[in-house]
Design a protein around this ligand. Structure first.
Ligand SMILES: Nc1ncnc2c1ncn2[C@@H]1O[C@H](COP(=O)(O)OP(=O)(O)OP(=O)(O)O)[C@@H](O)[C@H]1O
Ligand SMILES: [Mg+2]
Length: 225
């Protein structure tokens, strides 16, 4: 079964075509890495996969449903319930606690406060942040912030996690730690699409898609020794 399917996706901004006809499917349970040079269109592609941006041409299917980009209500429902986003600049609320940041997407969907809090505690604990739940974002390190962002992306049990350079501002030890977390989440069944410029990380995924000048240059399964 496919979580996300892109058919003939093109995206133009002004005169420039930044995505030039992309066909790409992501299967349930897959861990896909997307690599490519700066400016090749990786983020643009991820935003379309995450229903954050509308293609100029082509179709997007989410869990088999053809996405209508003019139906804002349905779009935000799918984004909130089915997709977890992790960005390089994680967009956490600095003045709020770790707990509050992680709970927020669940509260938005109507989860009871007690339940959201309990789940946020569990997630933070499982990501090695137990004991820091009541700190504010500005009181933790960049690596810890990235893990809070992952906890926040997971709270609504999404079908897929879409991550854009989630290790972009981390040292290699923290990058690997984030990678191990993604692998574990994936083992438990969540589909992951991760954009990275670090080949060493990308090669730990199951499948590697290379983007060049807005098109898919290669798409292959990663062999392991
Ligand atoms: N809002 C925008 N307006 C104009 N051009 C844009 C916009 N967003 C992206 N682009 C252009 O589209 C191309 C692809 O950008 P994109 O951000 O998808 O690349 P990327 O592969 O993610 O690069 P990086 O590795 O640097 O993050 C670039 O040439 C960029 O300048
Ligand atoms: Mg980018």
């Amino acid at each position: 079964m496919k979580v996300i399917e892109l058919r003939g996706i093109r995206k133009s901004i002004g005169q420039e075509e930044i995505l030039k006809g992309i066909d790409l499917s992501v299967q349930v349970g897959e861990f896909l890495a997307i690599v490519g040079a700066s400016g090749s269109g990786k983020s643009s592609l991820l935003y379309i996969m995450g229903l954050l941006d509308k293609p100029t041409e082509g179709e997007v299917f989410f869990e088999g449903e053809r996405v209508d980009f003019s139906e804002e209500k349905r779009l935000s429902e799918l984004r909130n319930k089915k997709i977890g986003f992790v960005f390089q600049f994680h967009y956490l609320l600095p003045e709020f606690t770790l707990l509050e940041n992680v709970m927020l997407p669940a509260i938005k969907l109507g989860m009871k406060k007690d339940e959201a809090e309990e789940r946020a505690y569990e997630l933070l604990n499982s990501l090695g942040l137990g004991g820091k739940e009541r700190r504010r974002i500005y009181q933790i390190s960049g690596g810890e912030m990235q893990r809070v962002a992952i906890a926040r992306a997971l709270i609504n049990s999404p079908s897929a996690i879409l991550a854009d350079e989630p290790t972009g501002n981390l040292d290699s030890k923290n990058s690997q730690r984030v990678m191990e977390i993604f692998k574990e989440i994936n083992r438990r069944g969540t589909t992951i699409v991760m954009v990275t410029h670090e080949l060493e990380l990308a090669e730990q995924a199951q499948r590697l898609v290379e983007i060049k000048d807005g098109a898919v240059l290669s798409d292959r399964a990663i062999q392991r020794a």
